[in-house]
Design a protein around this ligand. Sequence first.
Ligand SMILES: [Zn+2]
Length: 262
Amino acid sequence: MRVHHVVAGVVRPRFVPRAICHVLVCEHADGLVLVDSGFGTADLADPRRLGPMGRLLRPDCDPSTTALAAVLALGHAAADVTHVVLTHLDLDHAGGLSDFPHAVVHTTAQEWEAATVGTGMRERPRYRPVQWQTTSDVRRYGGAGDAWQHGLTGHEVLPGITLVPMTGHTRGHAAVAVQAEDGLVVHAGDAAFDGSVFGAVDPVTGEPLGRVPHLRAFERVAARKPLRVRRNHAALRRLAADPGITVVTAHDGRLMPPDEDF
Ligand SMILES: [Zn+2]
């Protein structure tokens, strides 16, 4: 399937380089499928909706940096988006759901529970239930799933789209693998912040990316289970070393393919 890489949010936390919210728009046989959704138009119209974490992330309040704007720019309508597959439900990933209320949402059972049931003081601020209050169909996938690739497991949520559990950043975080026309695209979400941790190269020059210490520090602060985060980095290194796989992360803008118009 054809996969577009779009920007659905720009954040400027203090002391950290500008970061993007990288979203995939997939032309699937069942309609458009989003992988992650970034911030939504309602979030950017009224950032108070994002709570204290929104004040930390400081998103640009520019409605052109939303998945909805990207879908329209590609010549589609909001109603063409039939599914949204989420790496996790943090406020900078689930905000676009309110722009696609009719879409079926896919996430892990653990992540849905973390976001909706009895969250503690560390978890509560990162989730904003207002972002999915108009969502009516949420499919949840429990456990590890079936054997997948490179020693990992996953749940095939739609033909060619697999949710690959990688907990650590949040309780139920997952990567999402999409079978594109020219190979597999793995959206690692927040399983890594700085692409250099898994040996990513610049999509234009092919040169290895340099370390971004501030992004790594931010990752450590945001991680629920730091040891698992390290294990996820190792898994992403294995995936990125496979010539048939392209790994992107949610927030490292250096991984955005250069031929995208965004
Ligand atoms: Zn994030």
